[in-house]
Design a protein around this ligand. Structure first.
Ligand code: GLN
Length: 196
């Protein structure tokens, strides 16, 4: 199983390490053509305005729309969530609309720009503890009817899934906790064609 990490900007290297720990081959994706060679893709955190600009420059927008239409799983964390969301505020910016959530950027305010906390996720019907690191994180302000909330912080969703698209407002790659990457690897594995 080969999983790409979009390597235009942001913290892609630690995602690659986390994927390798799950037994996946991690590929740093810098050109849209490379999407043909991977079974799933992580869009990492960073700065979403810059990320979006680079994605446009390199022709990633139509390529990712095709990738998504083919049912290949995508995992967007933090800025990666912001670029995949349906709508974005603070300030508004264009996004791919691959998951029906509304997000507000930099929504924790100055005092709580970055923090680490433990929480509980519900994955495949089982409640499991997860570690979460938030860095200038967005908040998910609206969850569409087709979207399942997989983890919450207080009563706010911080991890959600709609079909083949998984998103988190936090950075699972900055912890030693492999739970979230393992879950994404399972999503990718689950849709790979069985070998003949
Ligand atoms: N604050 C960033 C943005 O709005 C996201 C931060 C992150 O990815 N850690 O794009």
């Amino acid at each position: 199983m080969r999983i790409g990490v979009l390597a235009l900007q942001g913290d892609f290297a630690l995602h690659a390490k986390a994927l390798q720990r799950c037994g996946a081959d991690a590929v740093e994706v810098r050109k849209p053509e490379q999407l043909h060679d991977v079974d799933g893709l992580i869009i990492p955190g960073g700065e979403s305005t810059t990320l979006l600009k680079l994605m446009n420059e390199w022709g990633f927008v139509p390529a990712l729309e095709k990738f998504h239409a083919a049912g290949k799983p995508i995992f967007g964390t933090c800025a990666g969530l912001i670029v995949t969301a349906r709508d974005v505020t603070n300030p508004p910016q264009l996004s791919l609309g691959l998951i029906d959530v509304g997000v507000e950027r930099n929504a924790y305010g100055r005092q709580r720009e970055s923090f680490e906390t433990g929480g509980t996720a519900t994955l495949d019907g089982r409640r499991v503890p997860i570690e979460m690191v938030f860095i200038r994180a967005p908040r998910i302000r609206r969850v569409g009817p087709g979207v399942e909330t997989l983890a919450a912080h207080g009563d706010e969703p911080v991890m959600a899934r709609q079909g083949s698209v998984l998103v988190a407002t936090f950075h699972p790659e900055l912890t030693d906790d492999p739970t979230v990457h393992r879950y994404f690897c399972q999503m990718v594995k689950g849709r790979e064609a069985p070998s003949a």
